[in-house]
Design a protein around this ligand. Structure first.
Ligand code: NAD
Length: 512
């Protein structure tokens, strides 16, 4: 299935790995900068393709295509626009397994996880299918005598979306269905580590009947990103990635007068109170700590065990973690590889550092049997206990399958610890005490909160986003905040003149 995309898009490269393209003006376009990156199958370590890195000229071409397409798309009726969205949805439903397989091949996440990612992205397409309702303005008759007022929301123009490696399809889909349905044109710069999902999606848009230039894929690295950030025709930037880059995107994009929403990194805490169902908590800690090999911005990486529950909980988690099968995501394993060999080395380095700083390594994923061929980038599930808040394994976002248990004496100490963390993406509390849960959701300084739900990713009709260093900008992704981000408001005040309105009056208009 992967070969369908490659056959269609690859430029001839002799015996080397296939060469991917950009998608500009409704068609695949070979890269001409002469700069490329390797795309790797993380389960085997093999280079599966080369992705072109755009030059400044290619950035200009991509934006020009989006700019040219904008007036026609903006003026296409809402009914016609949403019919294309519905067709896109139907095609995606029919062909979701192809996209999931592409994700597994380049990201490494296991097949069920890749299918889940596609399904969560599809929810945003479905939300965007309701754009006629979401774009409705308001109207007031006779606001002043003979004067009516109404409001509308209009698209911005060409907008940029810049994605991370860990959700090749879902994260771009947080943005582009809404942007497109609202009448904007989109330039998507996917992560250079996982470019094929975006190209596959571009083909699907074409099949759905989207006019050329409305959806563009520009492959590349920092050159492409910085080119988009400073391009005068790009009206907004939606970014998802690590915190240092998110900060750079926000500062540079806003300095160039653009709207920016820049979602950054995370350090998510799961607080377990002593009254919680410890079997449920252990199951969910394993799912949320090790799902997608910990490469989710909503992964749980710090488990805060309150009071006397820590020993039992750590035992239960360890038992479950030892039973997980790590390997090639196409083989029915529970957990796949990390994205690169550098990521693998970084994660094991953190475990080494935690151990030398005094944490106990209860389950050690640095070595083990992995169900895969070749030289994949594997780290098994790793459980650290007695982690201190000064250790790098606690302070830094590790982005790997490492769950750190921090022991505290009280609920207050747990909340203080979560609130003192510079990140504020997601958090969860596990308890059977409704009063404690209610206090937690009120007091915790984090954007997305779960009560006995470890990965509280909001539905598409709510908005996704963290607080503090997990998001720069005012607007969260999708839901009505997403619609607001991709449109700007206009208020129209109308009076149809009749002969009684004659006469001069230079005073400030007042209502009468
Ligand atoms: P990254 O910041 O390395 O890359 C993200 C994007 O930025 C890529 O498209 C990349 O090409 C580009 N980029 C990288 N360095 C750049 C630079 N110096 N200048 C300009 N552009 C640059 O992130 P990643 O490793 O791909 O993704 C993992 C990170 O994303 C983690 O920190 C994770 O927490 C975060 N993330 C956050 C959310 C969220 O919703 N908050 C969701 C998913 C991932």
């Amino acid at each position: 299935m992967t070969s369908t995309l490659r056959d269609t898009l690859s430029a001839p490269t002799g015996d080397g790995p296939p060469e991917l393209t950009h998608w500009i003006g409704g068609a695949a376009r070979a890269g001409v900068s002469g700069r490329f990156g390797d795309v790797t199958d993380p389960a085997t370590g093999a280079v599966s393709a080369r992705v072109p890195f755009a030059s400044d000229d290619e950035v200009a071409d991509a934006v020009a295509a989006a700019k040219t397409a904008f007036p026609g798309w903006r003026d296409t009726s809402l009914s016609a626009r949403t019919q294309i969205l519905f067709r896109f949805r139907e095609l995606l439903n029919a062909r979701a397994p192809e996209l999931a397989a592409l994700i597994t091949a380049e990201h490494g996440k296991v097949a069920s996880d890749a299918a889940g990612e596609v399904a969560r992205g599809q929810e945003v397409v479905e939300f965007a299918c309701g754009m006629p309702h979401l774009l409705k303005g308001s109207a007031t008759e006779n606001a002043s005598t003979g004067v009516d007022v109404h409001s509308v929301r209009q698209p911005l123009g060409p907008v940029a979306v810049i994605g991370p490696f860990n959700f090749p399809a879902m994260v771009p889909m947080w943005f582009f269905p809404i942007a497109i349905a609202a009448g904007n044109t989109v330039v998507l710069k996917p992560s250079e580590k996982v470019p094929s999902a975006a190209l596959w999606i571009a083909e699907l848009w074409r099949e759905a009947g989207l006019p050329e230039g409305v959806f563009t894929v520009l492959n590349g690295d920092k050159v492409a990103v910085d080119g988009l950030l400073s391009h005068p025709d790009i009206k907004s930037v939606s970014f998802v990635g690590s915190t240092p880059v998110a900060r750079h995107i926000y500062e540079t994009g806003t300095a160039h007068g653009k709207r920016v929403q820049a979602l950054g990194g995370a350090k998510n805490h799961m607080v377990v109170l002593p009254d919680a169902d410890l079997d449920l908590a252990a199951d969910q800690a394993v799912n949320a700590g090790f799902g997608s090999a910990g490469e989710r911005c909503m992964s749980i990486s710090a488990l805060v065990a309150v009071g006397g529950c820590a020993d039992v909980l750590v035992d239960k988690i360890a038992q479950r973690a030892r039973g997980l099968r790590t390997g090639d995501g196409r083989r029915g394993c529970d957990m796949g590889p990390l994205i690169t060999d550098a990521a693998r080395a970084r994660v094991t380095g953190y475990v080494d550092a935690g151990e030398s700083e005094g944490a106990s390594v209860v389950v050690d994923g640095r070595t083990g049997e992995f169900d895969a061929d070749g030289e994949g980038f594997f780290v098994g599930p790793t459980l650290l206990d007695h982690v201190g808040t000064g250790m790098s394994v606690y302070t830094d976002e590790i982005f790997g399958p490492v769950l750190s248990v921090v022991r505290v004496d009280s609920y207050d100490e747990a909340v203080e610890l979560v609130n003192a963390n510079p990140y504020g993406n997601g958090t969860a509390i596990f308890t059977n005490d409704g009063g404690a849960a209610r206090r937690f959701q009120n007091e915790v300084e984090v954007g997305m909160v779960g009560v006995n739900v470890p990965v509280p990713v909001p539905m598409a009709y709510y908005s996704f986003g963290g607080w503090k260093n997990s998001l720069f900008g005012d607007t969260h992704a999708h839901g009505t905040e997403g619609v607001g981000f991709f449109t700007r408001g206009k208020v129209v005040t109308t009076r149809w003149l009749d002969p009684s309105h004659g006469g001069l009056d230079l005073g400030f208009p007042q209502n009468s």
